[in-house]
Design a protein around this ligand. Structure first.
Ligand code: UT7
Length: 337
C-alpha cells in the first residue's frame, strides 16, 4: 500500500473499463412459464426482454473478477499496482468476509486494501465517488472501482412484481491520476434519504431479523418492493441530482454528450431524460438485454455506448442513479478512454 498524503487534490481519470455478465439467459418467455406474466407486459412496463443469470455456485466476486481483470489490463497495469478496491454490491458472496477481500485474493492484488459499499442501485456511483477521493488525495495511484451483483440470489421467482426486473452482472473501472490537459472526472453529487427504506428492502438475514425457519417460510430473504413509490422517487431525483451536479460545475443539460442513468425501467429513464430535455441521441438505454443489474448497470451501459461508437474522448458524460435506501448518486466526467 502506498501512503502519500498530499494537500492538493489531483485530477483523476478512468483508465480502464470492463464488464462481465454470466452466459446463461433468462428471457421473458422463460418467466412466462414461471409466474403469471407476459412478454408484452414486461416489455411495455419495463423495456426488459432478457437478463443474464449465474449458474449455482457462481458468486458476485466471480463476476467482479472477470470485469476487473479486463479493466486492469486495459489500464496497462497489473493487479499488484492496485492500491485500493471498493466493491459496490447488495449481494456480497456472504455477510463476511467482504467481497472486496475475496476479490483482492482472486485477483492477486497483493498491495490493495478495500471494502464493500452498500448503496444498492447507487453502488457504482457511490463507489466511484469513494475511489475518486483515494486517487485525488494522493493516497493511491490506482483504485479499482467495481459494481457487481448477483440479484438472482435474492429474487423471489414466485413474485411476478419483482422477478421480471433483475439480472446479474458486473462492471469495473480503474482510476488513475490524469495528466495535464487530460479529460478527467469533474465531480460528484450524492444524497441518501432513509425515510424511503421500507419501499425497497430485503427484510431478513441481517441483525434485525436473523435467518430462522420463520423468516424463510415467510419468504423474507427476498427483495420486496413498492414499485410505484420507487418509480416516482426515481424519476424526480434522477432529474434533481443531474441538475445539481451540472450546476455545481457551471454546466447545463445541453452540454451533456451522454446521459447514463441507472437502468431499472425504460419508462423511468425516458421520463427523467424528458424532464432534463435530453433527446434519444444523448441517452443510452440497454436494459432490454440485462434487466436491472443493480450496481452493474452504469458500467454495462458505458461499455455498450463505447461499442456503439457513442463515446469519444473528451465527451461530457453524466452518470445518475437512484436506489434502495433511498440512495441518489451522480458523477460528471469528461470521457478519458
Ligand atoms: O433501481 C431501483 C429499483 N427498482 C425500480 O426502479 C423499479 C421502480 N418501479 C417500477 O419499475 C415499476 O413500478 C414496476 C415495473 C415494478 C411496476 O410497474 P407499474 O406500472 O408501476 O405497475 P404496478 O405495480 O402499478 O402494477 C400494475 C398491475 C397490477 O395489477 P392490478 O393490481 O392493476 O390488477 C400488478 O399486479 O400490473 C400487475 N403486475 C404484473 N402483471 C403482469 C405486476 N407485475 C406484473 C407482471 N406481469 N410481471
Amino acid at each position: 500500500m502506498v501512503t502519500r498524503p498530499s494537500v492538493a487534490l489531483r485530477r483523476v481519470k478512468i483508465a480502464g473499463l470492463a464488464t462481465y455478465v454470466p452466459p446463461r439467459l433468462l428471457t421473458n418467455a422463460d418467466l412466462e412459464k414461471m409466474v403469471d406474466t407476459s412478454n408484452e407486459w414486461i416489455l411495455q412496463r419495463t423495456g426488459i426482454r432478457e437478463r443474464h443469470i449465474v449458474d449455482p455456485g457462481v458468486a458476485t466476486s466471480d463476476l467482479a473478477k472477470e470485469a476487473a481483470l479486463k479493466a486492469i489490463a486495459q489500464a496497462g497495469i497489473t493487479p499488484a499496482d492496485i492500491g485500493f478496491i471498493v466493491v459496490g454490491t447488495t449481494t456480497p458472496d456472504m455477510m463476511f468476509p467482504s467481497t472486496a477481500c475475496l476479490l483482492q485474493h482472486k485477483l492477486g492484488a497483493a498491495h490493495a486494501w478495500g471494502f464493500d459499499l452498500g448503496a444498492a442501485c447507487s453502488g457504482f456511483t457511490f463507489s466511484l465517488s469513494v475511489g475518486l477521493q483515494m486517487v485525488a488525495s494522493g493516497l493511491h495511484e490506482y483504485a479499482l472501482v467495481v459494481g457487481a451483483d448477483v440479484m438472482s440470489s435474492i429474487i423471489d421467482y414466485q413474485d411476478r412484481a419483482t422477478c421480471v426486473l433483475f439480472g446479474d452482472g458486473a462492471g469495473a473501472v480503474v482510476l488513475a491520476p490524469a495528466g495535464d490537459g487530460e479529460p478527467h472526472i469533474l465531480g460528484v453529487a450524492n444524497e441518501i434519504d432513509g425515510s424511503g427504506g421500507p419501499a425497497l428492502q430485503m427484510p431478513a438475514g441481517g441483525s434485525l431479523r436473523p435467518a430462522s425457519h420463520e423468516t424463510v417460510d415467510a419468504r423474507l430473504h427476498y427483495v420486496k418492493q413498492d414499485g410505484a413509490t420507487v418509480f416516482k422517487f426515481a424519476v424526480r431525483k434522477t432529474e434533481e441530482i443531474s441538475r445539481r451536479v451540472l450546476a455545481d460545475h457551471g454546466l447545463a443539460p445541453t452540454d451533456v454528450s451522454l446521459f447514463v442513468s441507472h437502468q431499472a425501467n425504460r419508462r423511468i429513464i425516458e421520463a427523467a431524460a424528458d424532464r432534463l430535455g435530453f433527446d434519444e441521441r444523448t441517452v443510452i438505454i440497454n436494459l432490454e438485454r440485462y434487466g436491472n443489474t443493480t450496481a452493474a448497470t452504469i458500467p454495462l451501459a458505458l461499455e455498450d455506448a463505447i461499442r456503439e461508437g457513442r463515446l469519444k474522448t473528451g465527451d461530457l458524460v453524466l452518470l445518475a442513479s437512484v436506489g434502495a435506501g433511498f440512495t441518489v448518486g451522480s458523477v460528471l466526467l469528461r470521457w478519458s478512454l
